[in-house]
Design a protein around this ligand. Structure first.
Ligand code: M6R
Length: 612
């Protein structure tokens, strides 16, 4: 999704802003732009394409101003082109705006402004907002800050904003509603950005603006007020990752780096939560609502994409270990379905970014109906994390690749700890099983490291399927959500059409697709479904399909019939999703690289989906 970076201070602004936009590239975008106050004039440069194109445009122009705003745009209103790219200047040149989000009533506002003689260059809602602010400012003769607040009060929708005004060229304005915006606090300088990644290079002190807050920054200080002018003290959060967390660290792509980080990210999610000496689980983030959780009859999990797949694993976990009825819902469906929710329910929202618009809307709905809301988020201080009653951070570190990898395994381990703890507290798990499970859980980082050692072999297997046009992924039980996740990974980064299925469903339709060109990735480890999935593999082979089987180490039976096998270490079947997903992540990665795809920024996709 779109990204914002802004700067005010003593340094030349444009390299900081363009560098920051480069850090935000992972979010997905189609054009980029920058506006800098230079010698009292606002100089705007923008173009369709990459931030590197913008850099070439700006470099050599001798722009030395120390206040500016920049943007990477992911088109919502109007095609990706130079004109629709941000920043947008108001008709009389008073305000320049960069904007994330959508102003839903922009058509009505535009029509009213047109009647007043306003003309528009772009097709964007952002230009409408810039003109609305200017029109109020000129008509009412009020301060720029008051004009911004008045305009936002009549704008419906979501916004993260960076604004400069030519009449107050020593100020940087920022505002948010629904679309995240962080302010970095330096020494006599401030940074704004849509997430922490462009800021951590300069400061670890962040303020996350709340909905309907407006920040006004000068080199002397910052004021934060809401739309009704109520003042707020900035609440400073210390971010615990530096730039090393957001660099490729010697890997060719962020995705590969993040796949390889999983032994550590998994350990980080468990750190301090499984007590070393006793092996017991302590989840301080949910202690407060533990009595409610122990007595709960139904958990509803809401999420999107990969996080939804983690939620499906959660369904098996809570049912098996805690005997709690679980429903897993796509947040986008749940929010519009008038779902039946009562104050007795617990809703768990899972989100890497903590900003996914549909998931956020789903929890707001559930909250209105009185449910207790728990969050499992990776990004500290994110909107979902702040709007839930309790929850757990996954502490997986920044995930930059658009394809979610380490976030998935960390979400699953968080859900696993929760399910085991609830099972214990509800008296379902005895001491022995509880201890065995926590011991096994602590081994998962080591087991993932073992899978990663097989990367060369996995790359060779992938080579055989780099030209595939379709693929099917099959799994049963705990490995069914992993099949879905494997298919999602392949389609989103290599653009190969892929479907995940519960293996037994194959004969109800998809089997018609099997021929000698169809690769079938079968998750067939030693668990209670082994004989059944073996039969499914035989059904595929009988129709000349190509079988790539993910099997337990030492398996010989499937090796005899499959075209390729990838061996993974054995573990408790409930923990297998975290291990079995890793070869599927690597297969997608290698195939995408071999096909020349942009692995970290796949076409049409955004890292953080802040629009519905
Ligand atoms: O930030 P979230 O976990 O809420 O994001 C949800 C999905 O947008 C995300 O998982 C998406 O499906 C990924 N591209 C999958 O790799």
């Amino acid at each position: 999704m779109c990204g914002i970076v802004g700067y005010i201070g003593g340094r030349t602004a444009w390299p900081i802003i363009v560098g920051g936009l480069q850090r935000l590239e992972y979010r997905g975008y189609d054009s980029a732009g920058i506006a800098v106050v230079d010698d009292g004039q606002i100089r705007i440069n923008k173009c369709r394409g990459k931030v590197s194109d913008l850099r070439s445009l700006v470099r050599g122009q001798n722009i030395s101003g120390t206040i500016g705003i920049g943007h990477t745009r992911w088109a919502t209103h109007g095609e990706p082109n130079d004109i629709n790219a941000h920043p947008h200047m108001s008709m009389n040149g008073k305000f320049v705006v960069v904007h994330n989000g959508i102003i839903e009533n922009y058509r009505t506002i535009k029509a009213q402004l047109e009647q007043k003689g306003y003309a528009f260059r772009s097709q964007t809602d952002t230009e409408v907002l810039a003109n609305l602010i200017e029109n109020i400012y000129l008509e009412k003769q009020i301060s720029p800050e008051s004009a911004i607040k008045a305009a936002l009060s009549i704008s419906v929708g979501a916004y993260g904003l960076g604004i400069i005004c030519t009449d107050q060229p020593d100020r940087l304005f920022a505002a948010r509603k629904g679309s995240p915006l962080a302010v970095g606090i330096g020494q006599g300088e401030y940074f704004i950005a849509s997430d922490a990644t462009p800021i951590v290079e300069y400061t670890d002190q962040l303020v996350y603006l709340e909905d309907e807050q407006v920040a006004v920054m000068t080199t002397d200080g910052i004021s934060i007020t809401d739309l009704k002018d109520t003042p707020f003290d900035p609440i400073i959060t210390n971010v615990d990752f530096g730039t090393e967390g957001i660099d490729k660290g010697g890997f060719d792509h962020f995705m590969l780096k993040e796949i390889y980080e999983q032994p550590n990210s998994l350990a980080d999610t468990m750190r301090g939560r499984i007590i070393e000496q006793t092996g017991t689980i302590n989840l301080s983030g949910i202690n407060e609502i533990m009595p409610k959780l122990v007595g709960v009859n139904r958990i509803i999990i809401v999420a999107c994409g990969t996080s939804y797949h983690a939620g499906l694993v959660g369904e098996y976990l809570f049912e098996q270990f805690a005997r709690i009825n679980v429903e897993v819902e796509y947040a986008s469906e749940f929010r519009y379905r008038d779902p039946i929710i009562s104050p007795e329910d617990v809703v768990i929202a899972i989100s890497q970014s903590g900003e996914t618009a549909d998931t956020l809307a789903a929890i707001r709905l559930a909250k209105q109906k009185g449910a207790t809301i728990l969050g499992i988020c990776n990004v500290v201080g994110s909107s979902i994390a702040r709007e839930t009653h309790a929850g757990m951070y996954t502490h997986a570190g920044p995930e930059i690749g658009v394809a979610s990898t380490k976030a998935f395994t960390s979400q699953v381990v968080a859900l696993t700890m929760m399910a085991i703890l609830l099972g214990r507290k509800r008296g379902i798990l005895d001491d022995k099983t509880y201890n065995e499970l926590t011991t096994e859980l602590r081994r998962t980082p080591e087991l993932i490291s073992e899978v990663l050692k097989d990367n060369d072999h996995i790359r060779e297997v992938s080579r055989a399927y780099q030209l595939a046009q379709n693929a099917i992924y099959l799994g049963r039980g705990y490995l069914y959500p992993v099949a879905l996740e494997g298919a999602l990974k392949l389609k989103e980064i290599s653009y190969i059409h892929a479907e995940g299925y519960p293996a037994a469903e194959m004969k109800h339709g998809p089997i018609a697709l099997i021929d000698n060109c169809m690769p079938v990735f079968a998750l067939a480890t030693h668990d209670k479904h082994y004989d059944k999935i073996l039969s499914n593999i035989q059904e595929v082979k009988a129709r000349k399909g190509q079988v790539i089987a993910i099997v337990s180490r030492g398996d010989t039976e499937i090796a005899r019939i499959a075209d390729y096998v990838i061996e993974i270490p054995e573990c408790h079947e409930a923990l297998m999703p975290m291990i079995a997903v890793v070869p599927l992540q690597l297969i997608s990665y290698h195939i995408a690289v071999m096909r020349g795809c942009n692995v970290d920024q796949p076409r049409n996709l955004a890292k953080s989906v802040t629009v519905e």
